[in-house]
Ligand binder design. Structure first.
Ligand code: SF4
Length: 329
């Protein structure tokens, strides 16, 4: 017998707050006001939230995808150059430590996604998973939201690609191999450099580059279309010919099918954070950066030079660009 209205009202209300409730709580009391956040062993605070929408409509002609899907907000990988730091400001959180230590977990995202993809108006536009935070940051091991989202995308025959620095993606190679049989599906593993010194200072919360490249190998061995993004290249730290060559050789050695590269951009929010980091860690580079980024974006002549060097070295190693490899999103 189904419960009547009186019985329903006796059930406890769903305690998981919405994004709006969380934003309001932080505006009032800072991160300490998060309702029900749990601090785990990595010292980050995890706040579960319920979302009303899963897909974000990107609608940018320059992007090879229409929709973005991000199971988490904030990222414990804590890359100093991360452009997504600016999004934390929309939540009244700082773009610095708050970005990597306060993580919003969208626990109902797979169910909401399933409803969105079941609409008669859904046209199966390409979905990019992990545009603003890493979908395989360590907490995914506990929540498995990205994994469930992949199942939903595959069932709905919706093409998608994933961008990640998390070797945890290998856990889902069974699902990704299944997906690849029915839809366009690709994994971009981000490995901007194999230089240990630059890696440990620029990406303090990530797995070592060699571990990420092993993940590329395992994905390819499982029959998944996978390659590497050297993004971003960070001027003066990861752009020397020697470091670029070493990185590309390691990428080719991992069996990657393609490699993409781009010089870092620092938009407002991310820019203040990164330039503060440079002042502390690499003060000798700070003036050069302010000249290189005087107009916001990096000097176009410099970008052309770096891209030319990377593309020539990649071609010598037989690595295609992502848009040249078949199955590009
Ligand atoms: S892994 Fe990606 S989303 Fe996470 S901090 Fe690094 S660049 Fe940002």
């Amino acid at each position: 017998m189904s419960p009547g209205p009186h019985q329903l009202s006796l059930l406890p209300a769903d305690p998981t707050p919405s994004l709006r409730v969380v934003t309001e709580a932080v505006r009032t009391a800072g991160p300490d006001g998060l309702p029900g956040a749990r601090r785990l062993a990595d010292a980050a605070r995890y706040q579960e939230i319920h979302v009303r929408a899963a897909l974000a409509d990107v609608r940018a002609p320059s992007m090879p995808f229409r929709w973005a899907l991000n199971p988490y907000r904030g990222c414990t990988h804590a890359c100093e150059y991360c452009y997504a730091r600016k999004y934390q400001r929309h939540l009244e959180l700082g773009a610095g430590d708050d970005f990597s230590s306060v993580i919003l977990v969208k626990t109902n995202l797979p169910e909401v996604l399933a409803r969105e993809l079941a609409r008669r108006t859904w046209t199966r536009g390409a979905v990019a998973v992990g545009t603003a935070t890493d979908p395989y940051q360590p907490i995914e091991g506990r929540y498995r939201i990205t994994r469930r989202a992949i199942e939903v995308l595959t069932r709905a025959r919706t093409p998608f690609h994933i961008v990640t620095k998390g070797p945890l993606v290998v856990r889902d190679r069974d699902l990704l191999a299944d997906a690849a049989r029915v839809v366009a599906c690709r994994v971009y593993v981000s490995v901007p450099t194999v230089d240990d010194s630059a890696w440990s200072r620029l990406e303090p919360g990530t797995a070592p580059p060699a571990q990420r490249l092993r993940a590329v190998r395992q994905l390819i061995d499982a029959g998944i279309d996978a390659g590497v993004l050297m993004m971003p290249l960070v001027p003066g730290l990861t752009t020397s010919r020697a470091i670029v060559t070493r990185t590309l050789e390691a990428i080719a050695g991992a069996g990657a099918r393609f490699v993409g590269a781009n010089v870092a951009r620092f938009e407002q929010g991310a820019r203040d954070h990164f330039f503060g980091f440079l002042d502390r860690e690499y003060p000798a580079l700070a003036d050069g950066y302010r000249r290189l980024y005087a107009r916001g974006r990096p000097d176009p002549g410099y970008v052309r030079e770096i891209h030319g060097m990377v593309h020539a070295a990649a071609a010598r190693l037989g690595l295609e660009r992502p848009d040249q490899a078949t199955g590009a999103p």
